[in-house]
Each structure stands twice: as C-alpha cells, then as structure tokens.
Design a protein around this ligand. Structure first.
Ligand code: NAP
Length: 285
C-alpha cells in the first residue's frame, strides 16, 4: 500500500488525487487524524486509517509491513519534531518498506528557523534505518496568496526581503513530485532539492499582480522590525510574525533562491510559472 499521512490537508489531497490517476484505489491509504474529514476519499475507494501524530496509539495501527509511506510534515512548527518521531517509530515497528518525507530545501544548511524540525526529523529517519526519500520542498507560490490579495486591495505588497529571490513552485508541482516518488522505482536513500525553475523577487511579484489584476500594485520594502510590527498589527501572533519577518531576512540571504532543476526533472515538465499561479490565486479569491 501507498500510505499518505496528512491526506486531508491541501498537499495531501493533491497527492492522493495524483496517486489515483496512476495506481488502483485499493493500493492507496489515507492516514488522517480526523477520518470524518476523509469521507470523500473513502467514497473513491481509498482505505482510511486513523493516524494522529499526537496519539501514538493510533500510529501503531496506521502502517503495515511493506507499506510505502509519505509522511507529510505537520503544521505545528516547534512541536512537529516529537510528532514526526512518533510517526517514524511506528513506521519502523510496522516494518514499512520506504518512507518519503516532505522536508525543506537544503534542510541541512538552510538558515530558515522552520528547518529545525525538518533537520531533526531527517536525522530520526536516517537513524531508523528505513530506506528514505527526502522531498526537500522550497516554498509553495500559494504561501504568497495573502500578500497577493492584500496587494490588490491596498495597492502595495509589503515585505522585508528587498531584491531577494524565491524559486517557488505551485503546491500541485510539489504534490506531483511526491506522486512520482511514491509510484516510481526508488532504490536506496534519495534526497531531492525541489524548487521552481525560475526565481522571482517581491518587486517582480508586485509587477505580476499589477499585470494580472489591472490595478497598480507596488512592492514596499520595510525594515525588518517595521515589517514584523505590520504583521502583528494585522493580527498575527508575535511568534508567527517574527517567523515570517525572519523568513524575509533569509530570502535576502538566498535561502529560497536556488534553482537546481530537480523538481521539473522529477515531474517531467516545467514547474508552474509565477504568472500562472498568481492568475489562479486571483481567480479563486
Ligand atoms: P495544510 O493544508 O495545513 O495541511 C496540514 C496537514 O497536516 C493536514 O492534513 C493536517 O490534518 C495534518 N496534521 C496536522 N497536525 C496533525 C496531527 N497531529 N496528526 C495528523 N495530521 C496532522 O498544509 P499543506 O499545504 O498541505 O502543507 C503540508 C505541510 O507542508 C504543512 O503541514 C507544513 O509542514 C508544510 N508547509 C510547507 C509549505 C511550503 O511552502 N513548502 C507551506 C506551508 C506548509 P487535518 O487535515 O486534520 O487538519
């Protein structure tokens, strides 16, 4: 079986959709914390297994010998490492054949604070001895959806990243990479550094939003402390505001700019251009 954890999340649903296009539904299991949210997947023939990263007793029943598991990282930054360790321990105890994990671009060297959990998870997976694939994902373009919509509303995208460049790709591109790994012949341990084919800057994002919306949208670069305060003023809790403002400093340092081309090579097509993702985000709003 191919088992996808976090299958009711946005990435997980795209992965399950992609799997169902290439393997029979009875080979796919969705391991989810809330089976009630997965009724539509069950209706499509996907096996539903309860798997709450916070409840080890559910994890003990979530995997079977020979499974190929995609561990989709959780969203509780700072608490995820313990959660992921519990999943890996359960997968090891069950005797799974392979574990793929959604990590972060250049997890071992990146300055991104959110990489701490990913580094720890990668180390735990390596120590488990389970054959692994690390899908080291760069940023989804959709991460910038709120900035794009605020840009259209207020005429300005705010940030603290200057001309730093971001090689994002669409969430669907990263999902396609996971599908390729889960359905392909992976031997030994593999690490993929996954990012978009073309890096862009926030001033370029503002220009794309202008072109797509027909409204004048500029990029306004703020000092780090001012940007952090803006994020707090818009309602973000202080730790989250600090994390997002710090990400812009890391963008200036080039943490998200590499374009090794591994994502397009893995999915067999170019990654989704910024222009296309901006249009999709505006259309969905
Ligand atoms: P998402 O829509 O927020 O999905 C997160 C998934 O994690 C959901 O399925 C959620 O379950 C599951 N989850 C959270 N806590 C859990 C727990 N205790 N036990 C079991 N499942 C749990 O995020 P996404 O867009 O699919 O992204 C997937 C992951 O990538 C995120 O969780 C985060 O680690 C990372 N991420 C990456 C980027 C990027 O740009 N590369 C951006 C944002 C996030 P429910 O469905 O029950 O809520």
């Amino acid at each position: 079986m191919i088992v996808v954890t976090g299958a009711t999340g946005q990435l997980g649903r795209l992965v399950v959709d992609g799997l169902l296009e290439s393997v029979p539904a009875d080979r796919v299991a969705a391991a989810v914390r809330n089976p009630g949210k997965a009724a539509d997947l069950a209706a499509r023939g996907v096996e539903i297994r309860e798997a709450d990263y916070e409840r080890p007793e559910t994890l003990q029943r979530a995997f079977a010998p020979g499974d190929t598991v995609l561990l989709i990282s959780g969203d509780a930054v700072g608490r995820r490492l313990g959660q992921h360790r519990a999943v890996v321990d359960a997968a090891k105890a069950a005797g799974v054949a392979r574990i793929a994990y959604t990590s972060v671009l250049y997890a071992d060297t990146t300055p991104l604070a959110l990489a701490v959990d990913h580094r720890g998870t990668e180390e735990h997976i390596r120590a488990s001895g389970i054959p692994f694939t690390f899908l080291r994902n760069g940023f989804y373009t959709e991460v910038y959806a709120a900035s794009i919509l605020q840009g259209v509303e207020h005429g300005a995208i705010l940030g603290s990243a200057g001309d730093g460049r971001i090689a994002s790709a669409s969430r669907a591109d990263f999902a396609a990479a996971a599908v390729a790994v889960l359905t392909g012949e992976e031997n030994g341990d593999k690490i993929y550094e996954l990012s978009g084919d073309t890096a862009w800057s926030l001033p370029e994002l503002a220009a794309e939003v202008s072109a797509a919306s027909g409204r004048t949208v500029v990029y306004r670069d703020l000092p780090h402390a001012d940007y952090r305060q803006v994020l707090i003023d818009t309602g973000l809790p202080e730790p989250a505001a600090t994390m997002y403002a710090d990400i812009d400093l890391d963008v200036v340092r080039g943490a998200l700019s590499p374009t090794p081309g591994e994502l397009s090579a893995l999915i067999g097509r170019p990654t989704t251009p910024l222009r296309e993702s901006v249009a999709a985000i505006l259309k969905e709003a």
